[in-house]
Design a protein around this ligand. Structure first.
Ligand code: SF4
Length: 287
C-alpha cells in the first residue's frame, strides 16, 4: 500500500504554545490549586485525558458558555483555552479571585483586538463563525452590537445601514466557504472592509488538502469537536472530491474500508497529536 503523509499537518504554533503553557502551569508549584481549564484547552480528547491524569481539571459542559462554566470554579487557578474568552469572562474570573493563565492563541487575540478597534472607531461589525464554537463565543462576547453570520443565508437577513462596515472571522473556517460569504457581503455592501483572519496554519493545511495527489482513500485524523479538522475533511471530500473518512484514532478506523485500497493519503488537524497519525500509518504499513 502506498501512503502519502500530506504536509503540513499536526500541531500548529497556537496549539504548541497552549500545551507548553499547560506544562509550565503544572510545573509551577507556586500557583494556587486546584488547577482548572475552562473548556478543552484544545479540541482533542486524547490531550485532555493526558492533562486530566496529570491533575488539571477540565471544566466542560456541552450547552454551557465559558461565562456559565466559570460558576463551577470558586478557587485556585484557571487556564483559558487556545480558543480565547470574552472580556466578560476575564472580568468574572478576576472578581472571583482566581489566578488566570491565558493560553489563547495569538491569532485569536489579534481578531479580538481588530474587532474592538473597529467598534471603537464607529464601525458596524460583522463576525463570521460557527455558532456556539468557543472561539466564536469569545469574540461575540466583546459586544452585543456585533452581527453574527454563519452562512450565506445569514447575509440575506442582515439589515445594516452604515457607510462603515467591517467584517472578520473565526480563524479555522473553510477558506472556500468563507469566500462565498465574503462575495455575498461585497454584493450587498460594496464598501465593506473585509479582514480575512483564517490563520496561516489553517490555510496551509486546507491548501495541501486541495492539492493532494490522487488516492483511493484519504484519512483525516482528529477529534470530532475540532473545527479545523472538520474543515480539512470537508475540503478533501467536497472541494478535492476524494473518497475521505474522518477518524479520531486507529480504533475508530473501520478496517473493512481498506479492502481494494492501494493508495492512502493521510492528514490531521492542528490539534491532533502526531502519534495518532503514526499509529495509523504503522497499521497500514503492516497490511
Ligand atoms: S489553528 Fe490557527 S488560530 Fe487555531 S490555535 Fe492553531 S494557529 Fe491558532
Amino acid at each position: 500500500m502506498k501512503i502519502n503523509k500530506i504536509e503540513p499537518q499536526g500541531y500548529c504554533g497556537g496549539v504548541v504554545r497552549a500545551l507548553k503553557i499547560m506544562d509550565k502551569t503544572l510545573a509551577d508549584s507556586s500557583l494556587p490549586k486546584p488547577i482548572y481549564c475552562l473548556g478543552s484547552v484544545i479540541h482533542n480528547s486524547h490531550v485532555i485525558d493526558h492533562y486530566t491524569d496529570l491533575g488539571i481539571i477540565t471544566i466542560e459542559d456541552k450547552g454551557l458558555s465559558r461565562l456559565e462554566l466559570l460558576d463551577k470554579i470558586d478557587e485556585g487557578t484557571v487556564i483559558f483555552s487556545a480558543h480565547g474568552v470574552s472580556p466578560l469572562v476575564y472580568e468574572k474570573a478576576k472578581n472571583k479571585g482566581l489566578t488566570i493563565i491565558d493560553a489563547t492563541c495569538p491569532m485569536v487575540l489579534t481578531v479580538h483586538k481588530r474587532m474592538l478597534k473597529h467598534l471603537e472607531d464607529g464601525y458596524e461589525c460583522i463576525y463570521i463563525g460557527t455558532d456556539r464554537h468557543p472561539e466564536c463565543e469569545g469574540v461575540l462576547g466583546i459586544s452585543d452590537k456585533i452581527h453574527f453570520v454563519g452562512s450565506t443565508n445569514d447575509v440575506l437577513n442582515l439589515n445594516i445601514n452604515s457607510d462603515k462596515i467591517y467584517v472578520t472571522n473565526q480563524t479555522t473556517l473553510s477558506m472556500y466557504d468563507i469566500k462565498l460569504i465574503f462575495d455575498e457581503l461585497k454584493k450587498k455592501y460594496p464598501n465593506i472592509e473585509i479582514d480575512d483572519k483564517i490563520c496561516d496554519a489553517t490555510t496551509a493545511r486546507q491548501t495541501a488538502m486541495y492539492n493532494q495527489p490522487d488516492c483511493d482513500l484519504c484519512i483525516i485524523v482528529g477529534d470530532p469537536k475540532s473545527s479545523n479538522t472538520k474543515k480539512l475533511y470537508k475540503v478533501s471530500k467536497e472541494i478535492a472530491g476524494k473518497n475521505t473518512v474522518f477518524v479520531e484514532d486507529l480504533n475508530m478506523l473501520d478496517k473493512s474500508i481498506l479492502d481494494n485500497v492501494n493508495t492512502v493519503n493521510i492528514s490531521s488537524g492542528a490539534s491532533t497529536p502526531p502519534y495518532l497519525v503514526d499509529e495509523i500509518i504503522d497499521y497500514l504499513n503492516k497490511k
